[in-house]
Design a protein around this ligand. Structure first.
Ligand SMILES: [Mg+2]
Length: 262
């Protein structure tokens, strides 16, 4: 595929961690390229699999780093309620997760079901739950076994913490509940389609009119390819082959050039 494909792409979805930023530092040229794309009228959206932050929190972080063109910033947590509404309509949701997760689901117009009333649940949403108990796992599994779809922001096995240690991630909890229920979870985060689809919807673009730019082949490139987007691997290491991606760029300056704005 020729490089010029990017000059006709009408919108870009950017991965955050390892692409737009590393930790609390923007990657070189990111601010300038994003501003140039915005000035040229290209759509911009940002996605992160971080399921402990809302899009609003990450947007604030981007603004704090001088990226003032970030309007659509999506995380699995942010869109969980929307995905449930699109797939299943207004639902009665049993939440096994943080108070933040329950709040975003309620804000999307769903009714929250107490864990004791699991028989009334029409959807089970599972994330990181620091009050996890055998009763909560049991009742969530029973609700899912009775036919309530099991939805989760991500199936990360671990949450890394300081000092190289970890806590079990939502994937560990989902696995317990899904195994007991005998069902497969619906995953909202990358590489599954919902996060990409929602970003395209926010920019009002079809998949073929937009490019996904990210540093992870399994998560960004495979996921975006599966929904039909153009894919750009961000690989600062010199000589990285494009592999499964349509294109590889070594810098934001190169991306700007290929997109016809630099
Ligand atoms: Mg990344």
């Amino acid at each position: 595929m020729s490089a010029s494909i990017l000059s006709s792409v009408r919108g870009f979805v950017f991965d955050l961690d390892g692409c737009v930023w590393n930790g609390n530092t923007l990657n070189p040229g990111a601010r300038e390229t994003l501003a140039a794309l915005d000035r040229a009228g290209r759509g911009l959206a940002f996605v992160s699999n971080n399921s402990r932050a809302t899009g609003g929190e990450l947007r604030e972080r981007l603004h704090g780093l001088g990226v003032d063109v970030a309007r659509h910033v999506l995380t699995p947590l942010e869109i969980l309620g929307e995905v449930i509404r699109e797939r299943f309509g207004p639902s009665r949701v049993l939440v096994i997760g943080s108070p933040d997760m329950a709040a975003v689901i309620a804000r999307a117009g769903h009714e929250l079901v107490d864990v004791k009333d699991y028989r009334a649940a029409t959807v089970v949403a599972v994330g990181n739950d620091f009050d996890l108990s055998y009763e909560r796992v049991t009742n969530a599994a029973r609700a899912a076994a009775r036919g309530a779809p099991l939805v989760t922001p991500n199936v990360d096995p671990r949450m890394p913490i300081e000092g190289g240690d970890f806590l079990p991630g939502s994937g560990a909890t989902v696995a317990a509940i899904a195994t007991a229920a005998g069902v497969r979870p619906i995953v909202v985060g990358k590489p599954e389609p919902p996060l990409f689809r929602m970003a395209l919807e926010r920019m009002a673009l079809s998949p073929a009119a937009a490019a996904m730019v990210g540093d992870s082949v399994p998560s960004d490139i495979r996921g975006a390819r599966a929904v039909g987007m153009v894919t750009v691997l961000y690989a600062p290491e010199e000589g990285t082959p494009a592999g499964e991606a349509d294109l590889v760029v070594g810098s934001f300056a190169e991306l700007a050039r290929l997109a016809g704005v630099g």
